[in-house]
Design a protein around this ligand. Structure first.
Ligand SMILES: Nc1ncnc2c1ncn2[C@@H]1O[C@H](COP(=O)(O)OP(=O)(O)OP(=O)(O)O)[C@@H](O)[C@H]1O
Length: 455
């Protein structure tokens, strides 16, 4: 057998290596937020390893110009392809969308390289070991390492880690920093059933168009601290304005059109109590670590990046997404809307788990009460608040708010429980009560557009 052995390259993936580096360089993905640990050995190409090590040495302050200079000063600029090589990698991935799948590829190739090295070491040990069982002993450590790498580098939590986590959480609870029951919505009827919005849980607020989904969501949001409201349709200002009405607990006219509202009630100026309530509401909203953000676009990746950024920078614990039907997922040709939404729902669910936040998604239903294409979201949700209005178009009270249906598991078909909550259109809050019975005497007097009785 004089044939030369076939020389094969070790498994590697140059494109995904460049993509992972590119996303890190551009800040599209952060090292400490990576779904899997990133380490130098994942990179097969020596220049990529060197660039990764340099990146780690400067962390998130990485930028192109000073990096080229630094690599030049270290004498390794030519080794990584010169300024053009660094720029090529920097611009390689248009965004961080494919960071996770590309990182998966690197982990896979790394595990395969380890397997080949382990097999080579085992072969050498089998040839060379003198003792009877030495070659078997030489096998076990590298093979275990290969299995570890292949099964992902995330270490499993041992009992000591679990115990330390428990004590840390317990101390937080004792100090009142973490509420055992989760974070209360501030609406007693809801809190009695839900016992708060819990980390890693996804909740849905659903209702028809203009049924009050945003109103219910901002009502909860305005009473919280450490929360983010992602608004995809209207402006941030509109959500803030509505929150002011809700926190101040006054008629919306006093906030949206104070001059006209005062004149309608026979005054030349707004009432002092209204001004004080508005001032207090604005103070509360601006000092409670609350954030209302309209993302630059509706792509799922952008929305996830906003959530990550606010969890990291502002330590938000509850995130509202207004509304899920507007999110654009990754749709492969031929996919149905339902398939796209399933992808969106899975991604959001995973993010909620990873960041240990509570996520509340708003979802629009059709006139028949069906969630638009959102069965996937329903299946994944931990709780569901459904705003119920009169559906019968023939009835005079069509559209009237009836109650809120609460369901606490993902099998909503079980029906859930009716909560006596209806929309008060004056203060834009959901308040205790069922609609007035049809037998009750009707309000005879006429009301102006702010609901004040006309004299
Ligand atoms: N700025 C406002 N001034 C007066 N009433 C308002 C205002 N904003 C909301 N409302 C009232 O609250 C109701 C619910 O509106 P909301 O925006 O909460 O509904 P939604 O279900 O979120 O709507 P959409 O489907 O458009 O997202 C409206 O029908 C309206 O009666």
């Amino acid at each position: 057998m004089s044939e030369d052995p076939i020389i094969r390259q070790m498994p590697h993936a140059i494109g995904p290596e460049k993509s992972v580096l590119s996303s890190l360089f551009k800040g599209d993905r952060l090292l400490d937020e990576s779904p899997r640990p990133v380490h130098r050995d994942l990179f097969y190409h020596a220049a990529h390893r060197a660039l990764f090590e340099d990146f780690v040495s400067v962390g998130n302050s990485w930028e192109l110009v000073s990096t080229v200079q630094r690599l030049h000063d270290k004498g390794i600029l030519d080794h990584v392809g010169g300024p053009a090589g660094v720029t090529d990698i920097y611009t390689y991935a248009p965004n961080g969308h494919h960071f996770a799948p590309h990182l998966d590829i690197l982990c896979d190739r790394y595990a395969r390289r380890m397997a080949i090295r382990a097999a080579t070491a085992a072969a050498e040990a089998a040839y060379d070991c003198s003792g009877e069982a030495d070659y078997l002993a030489a096998l076990s450590a590298p093979v275990t390492a290969v299995f570890d790498a292949a099964a992902d580098a995330a270490p499993t939590k041992g009992m000591k880690t679990l115990a330390a986590d428990f004590l840390a959480r317990f101390e937080q609870k004792v100090a009142g920093e973490m509420i055992a029951d989760g974070i209360m919505t501030g609406i007693p009827e809801v809190d009695r059933h839900l016992h708060g919005m819990k980390p890693q849980h996804v909740g849905i607020i659903s209702g028809r168009s203009s049924g009050g989904k945003s109103t219910l969501a901002t009502q909860i949001f305005g009473g919280l601290t450490d929360a983010l409201y992602l608004i995809l349709e209207r402006t941030e200002q509109s959500a803030f304005d509505r929150s002011v009405v809700q926190v101040a607990r006054i008629h919306h006219g006093a906030v949206f059109d104070p001059k006209q509202f005062a004149e309608m009630s026979g005054r030349s100026r707004p009432e002092k109590r209204h001004l004080i309530a508005i001032q207090k509401a604005v103070n509360q909203l601006s000092t409670s670590n609350l954030h209302i953000v309209k993302p630059s676009n509706r792509r799922l990746a952008t929305i996830c990046a906003e959530i990550r950024r606010h969890v990291r920078l502002n330590k938000v614990k509850v995130v509202f997404l207004d509304q899920i039907g507007l999110v654009r997922g990754e749709r492969v040709k031929g996919d149905t809307g339902e398939a796209e939404l399933r992808g969106i729902s899975n991604t959001l669910q995973e993010l909620t788990h990873e960041l240990a936040i509570s996520l509340v998604v708003l979802s629009q239903v059709t006139a028949d009460g069906e969630t638009k294409n959102a069965r996937a979201v329903e299946e994944d949700a931990d709780w569901w608040l459904s705003i119920i209005q009169e559906r019968d178009k023939k009835k005079a009270n069509f559209g009237e708010h009836q109650h809120i249906l609460i369901a606490k598991d993902s099998h909503h078909s079980s029906g859930g429980e009716r909560l006596p909550l209806i929309l008060d259109k004056d203060t834009l809050r959901f308040v205790h009560g069922f609609p007035a019975s049809a037998d009750e005497p009707k309000e005879a007097e006429k009301k102006d557009r702010f609901g004040n009785s006309r004299r």
